[in-house]
Ligand binder design. Structure first.
Ligand SMILES: [Zn+2]
Length: 66
């Protein structure tokens, strides 16, 4: 276990649900979202999704906000 190499797609990050740092599976997905206004135009924004390996909670953050 201790000699296990870290998965390149796995990041240790604080999890609000676990209230501690846990390994997260990090993926990027494109999500379609509508802009504000009546004539909604749709754009596909890349989101960084980190899913806690411990509790399974997934948090998505829009990458353009980072
Ligand atoms: Zn967690």
């Amino acid at each position: 276990m201790a000699s296990q190499r870290p998965d390149p797609d796995e990041m240790v990050e604080p999890c609000a649900n676990c209230e501690r740092e846990t390994p997260h599976a990090v993926t990027v997905e494109l999500r379609t979202e509508s802009a504000d206004g009546a004539n909604a135009s749709f754009s596909r924004e890349p989101y960084r999704v980190a899913e806690c390996r411990t509790c399974g909670e997934a948090f998505a953050q829009r990458m353009s906000d980072a």
